[in-house]
Ligand binder design. Structure first.
Ligand SMILES: Nc1nc2c(ncn2[C@@H]2O[C@H](COP(=O)(O)OP(=O)(O)O)[C@@H](O)[C@H]2O)c(=O)[nH]1
Ligand SMILES: [Mg+2]
Length: 234
């Protein structure tokens, strides 16, 4: 299923985002290759798992895929993805952080690295591994020791103030996804304003508006992922 409906807010970046200047390093110091890893973070309920499911549906025929989920006390997100059948069950691995979720993706990344390497051994070094963070507030961000690129997902239903509140996900993620645009009229949120506020603090990094639930804008996210991975392979 490929979605290329970019929706009323247009394709990919607003205001022309410059690509991230971090080189994708897929070679370890011992010269062995490793998977390309994409972090997906953001507040609880913003649509991270929905985005992971949509990316799997669109990318699984293009590239070998694996998913690592992070939940504090459960394996809820991995269970959801397995139930949806987006990938074979053994390509989805659950990390139970047991602590504040950003610790496991930023500070003490060992459990996530173990899960990634275990998947990588099974799927191969040419795969893409999506790492969903546990839901957190605006302070969470991934260590670049864990992922090569990161997406931060905001929820329009949280109000159009959220982009103005900033935090590392809003300002420095490689791609900011403003999701649940369909709910804007119901909560009185001004999406155009939200996108402009985000763009103003992102120094040219891209912002995308989506309604993941109906696939609107997901094609733009897929194109961004493929372009960033391609960049890393060069
Ligand atoms: N209306 C609407 N609901 C969405 C959208 N994306 C996700 N959801 C719903 O929001 C809820 C939380 O989504 P989920 O992906 O579990 O969020 P996560 O906690 O960030 O992983 C679920 O009920 C989804 O169906 C969207 O674009 N529009
Ligand atoms: Mg989730």
């Amino acid at each position: 299923m490929h979605r290329d409906n970019d929706g009323p807010f247009g394709p990919l970046s607003l205001g022309g985002g410059s690509p991230s200047n971090r080189a994708g390093n897929r070679t370890r110091t011992d010269r062995t290759r490793r998977t390309w890893r994409l972090g997906i973070g953001g507040p609880v309920g913003s649509g991270k798992t929905a985005l992971v499911a949509a990316l799997c549906a669109d990318l699984r025929s293009v590239v070998p895929l694996g998913v690592v989920t992070n939940d504090i006390y459960t394996t809820e997100d991995a269970d959801t993805l397995r139930r949806l059948g987006v990938l074979d069950a053994d390509r989805i691995s659950a990390v139970q952080t047991g602590c504040c979720p950003h610790t496991a993706i930023r500070d003490d990344i060992g459990a996530n690295l173990d899960a990634i390497e275990e998947l990588e051994a099974r799927i191969g070094p040419d795969s893409v591994i999506l790492v969903e963070s546990g839901g957190d507030n605006l302070t969470a961000s991934f260590s670049y020791g864990l992922v090569d690129r990161q997406i931060f997902v905001l929820d329009v239903a949280g109000g159009d103030k959220v982009a103005r509140k900033g935090g590392p996900g809003v300002t420095r993620s490689d791609l900011l996804v403003v999701n649940k645009v369909d709910l804007a009229p119901l909560v009185g949120a001004d999406v155009t304003r939200m996108l402009a506020d985000a763009q103003a603090v992102r120094d040219g990094r891209p912002v995308l508006a989506t309604t993941v639930r109906s696939g609107v804008g997901v094609g733009g996210v897929v194109r961004w992922v493929l372009a960033e991975r391609e960049d890393a392979l060069r």
